[in-house]
Design a protein around this ligand. Structure first.
Ligand SMILES: [Fe+2]
Length: 246
């Protein structure tokens, strides 16, 4: 028997598993269907443990500031739930060459996103390359990225899913507002799988190094912040092992 979350997963696989062989229009159409299914997804559909919405649970001294519920992962798609403590956050991080969709299940979040490789960032990188060339012919540091700040998004379970792609809103931080918050996260392809023969898709963390001009910042890669760690909670929603994979 199919469940709503099973249908979300099937659609995510239909969208992303064959991305390389789909025409752009077919991919966009699949993505739209996925967004509309995610839009209808609620905490009940994944049997989200509502005890996490009790602020007292987060006051235990040994409690991680973020809990994760892993729902599914293969080489194409990963799906899970992130739960943030009251006034908590996911540190600024990237999603290298990935798509991501966020649907809030409980509470309220603020998403601060940056886009990369925009017209403005490319123009600034081009200009600084020329400006620096005579004095400093060394190549640019790999761990600094020029990024354009997008409008801040506030989202609750009533909000549309939030989308990021390999350039648009690819770097973000997510805060919980007014108490704990939980969101469903669909990522494609998953972290830690190869991008190429020589490169693994790793999650990098950043801090804001400097502002270049209005809404344009240089972000510097940093180690995972010491205040950030996660614990995991088992998934207790509808079983998904019988999903007919592509
Ligand atoms: Fe993220």
């Amino acid at each position: 028997m199919s469940s709503h979350i099973g249908n979300v997963l099937k659609q995510a696989l239909a969208t992303f598993a064959n991305k390389g062989t789909q025409k752009h229009e077919a991919f966009q159409k699949n993505l739209e269907v996925l967004i509309s299914l995610l839009d209808k997804t609620t905490a009940e559909h994944v049997n989200f443990p509502m005890r996490y919405m009790n602020p007292q649970l987060w006051e235990r001294p040994e409690k991680a500031p973020v809990s994760c519920i892993e729902i599914f992962e293969d080489t194409h798609v990963t799906m899970g739930i992130f739960i943030l403590k009251p006034n908590g956050k996911l540190p600024l991080h990237n999603h290298p060459k990935m798509h991501g969709l966020i649907k809030v299940l409980a509470g309220k979040v603020e998403i601060i996103s940056y886009s990369i490789n925009t017209e403005k960032t490319k123009e600034i990188d081009q200009k600084s390359l020329i400006d620096e060339m005579p004095l400093n012919p060394k190549p640019r540091k790999h761990n600094i990225v020029t990024a354009e700040l997008n409008e801040v998004t506030i989202a609750t379970s009533d909000s549309l899913p939030c989308l990021l792609d390999p350039n648009f809103k690819n770097i973000h931080e997510i805060h919980s507002l007014d108490g704990p918050a939980a969101f469903l996260d669909v990522l494609a392809p998953p972290y830690d799988f190869p991008i190429s023969e020589f490169e693994i898709r790793k999650c990098s963390y950043y801090h804001k190094l400097s502002q270049v001009t209005t809404n344009i910042f240089r972000l510097q890669e940093v180690k995972s912040p010491s205040w950030y760690w996660t614990d995991s909670c088992p998934y207790t929603g509808p079983e998904l092992f019988d999903i007919e994979l592509h």
